[in-house]
Design a protein around this ligand. Structure first.
Ligand SMILES: NC(=O)c1ccc[n+]([C@@H]2O[C@H](COP(=O)([O-])OP(=O)(O)OC[C@H]3O[C@@H](n4cnc5c(N)ncnc54)[C@H](O)[C@@H]3O)[C@@H](O)[C@H]2O)c1
Length: 371
């Protein structure tokens, strides 16, 4: 395989994957719509000049047809990601685009040999827990009334007792957001159509991906961006809930390496993999790591707010991908330091927090707990 297409290749994970592909000798074509809020200045300067660029939308058949012409492998990474309640857009961009991809491959008998798709940890919803009485459980999202009372921990769905969180393995999905559902739909399409037509698919369930190029114009992308920008403007990072939610964070270079690995290794065919970070980190601990990376002595602020639909503890196990020889190599303090250095070097670094928080409040995504 020599010629590959990367959808969303101007983005954060896409462009880093492009770099890894070029280094391994692939000819790379990128199709990207240059979504306004990610790329307000058009094609990003970091995209190497040897990459063939097509501006196109993965919802559009004619754009896919141009993009797929002559390629042997596809990385389908373009997606719609948000916390806002525009539910149908997730399905259109993430799921319908995948159906369209296979529709065109089959219709035109294209020689595509393999497809790697960006899925997400979001397919697990609230994740995996152990109850002392009921064993391993996969709870639904926390009820609105519970969150309004500022009771943050997930309760056992059977006995309502306390739960201990477990590393999430690939065996059980339980998406509860339109984004998570769109990603799981994409997986079902890729695996089932891929098997039917003999095109191996691999779905990559990334945890929270971090590193340079994570667009800071995008109001909704990531803790690293929000905390770093707040700190660099001498403002405290704002933690939702009690700041003790656990997450795992993975370096974008490690993710790009995983994407290329599964494209090249047939043992990955027709499998879904977690692509996770080194360890579980609380949001408060993250804020302290970010403060150190920015050289600021600023404690995080607890606003008493919560994002409706957020999960409590989601930490992935990367053991399955580990069996193919992959591991997350870059520790969190190094990831955050690298991101902070990159942000500092950008010309128009604004503190976008207040505006995005106001938008989320207006849409009732960001809510105040308590009486
Ligand atoms: N960043 C994370 O933490 C994370 C975690 C889990 C999954 N993912 C998934 O990884 C993939 C890449 O995410 P990212 O963080 O690099 O995001 P990003 O926003 O930096 O990149 C996405 C790219 O897709 C393009 N795009 C958006 N809509 C498009 C459309 N309709 N047609 C064509 N191009 C379009 C955007 O312009 C952008 O360049 C996505 O599928 C995302 O859902 C990301």
């Amino acid at each position: 395989m020599n010629r590959v297409l990367v959808t969303g290749g101007a983005g954060f994970i896409g462009s880093t994957t492009v770099d890894h592909l070029l280094a391994r000798g692939y000819q790379v074509r990128v199709m990207d719509s240059l979504q306004e809020r990610v790329h307000p200045r058009g094609w990003p300067a970091y995209l190497p000049k040897e990459v063939e660029r097509l501006q196109g939308d993965v919802r559009n058949r004619a754009d896919w047809e141009r993009a797929l012409d002559g390629v042997e492998g596809v990385f389908h990474l373009a997606a719609y990601q948000d916390y806002m309640p525009d539910f149908s857009t997730f399905i259109h961009v993430n799921a319908v685009s995948t159906a369209l991809l296979y529709e065109i491959i089959v219709d035109r008998k294209l020689p595509v040999q393999k497809v790697v798709l960006a899925s997400s940890q979001a397919v697990y919803g609230e994740g995996k827990y152990r109850c002392a009485r009921d064993g391993v459980v996969y709870p639904s999202s926390r009820p609105a009334e519970q969150l309004a009372r500022a009771e943050w921990e997930v309760r056992c769905p059977t006995c309502q007792g306390p739960l201990a969180h477990l590393p999430i393995t690939e065996d059980q999905v339980n998406p509860h957001t339109a984004y998570g559902i769109s990603k799981y739909t994409l997986e079902l399409l890729a695996f089932n159509l891929g098997r039917k037509y003999g095109i191996p698919a691999v779905c990559m369930r990334y945890s929270i991906v971090q590193g340079p190029r994570n667009s800071f114009f995008n109001a909704y992308s990531g803790i690293c961006r929000i905390f770093t920008l707040r700190l660099l403007h001498d403002q405290p990072p704002v933690c939702y809930e009690d700041g003790l939610s656990l997450r795992d964070y993975v370096y974008v270079g490690d993710v790009a390496r995983a994407n290329v690995l599964v494209m090249e290794d047939s043992r990955a065919d027709f499998r879904a993999f977690n692509v996770g970070g080194q360890c579980a980190t609380s949001v408060r601990e993250y804020a302290r790591i970010a403060a150190r990376a920015c050289g600021k002595d600023i404690e995080p602020e607890l606003s008493g707010e919560y994002r409706f639909g957020d999960t409590r503890h989601t930490v992935s196990s990367w053991e399955a991908l580990g069996s193919l020889g992959w591991r997350p190599e870059v520790p969190l303090p190094q990831i955050v330091a690298e991101y902070a250095a990159w942000v500092r070097a950008q010309p128009d670094m604004g503190d976008f927090y207040a505006r995005s928080a106001a938008q989320m409040r207006a849409a009732q995504v960001l809510r105040q707990a308590g009486p």
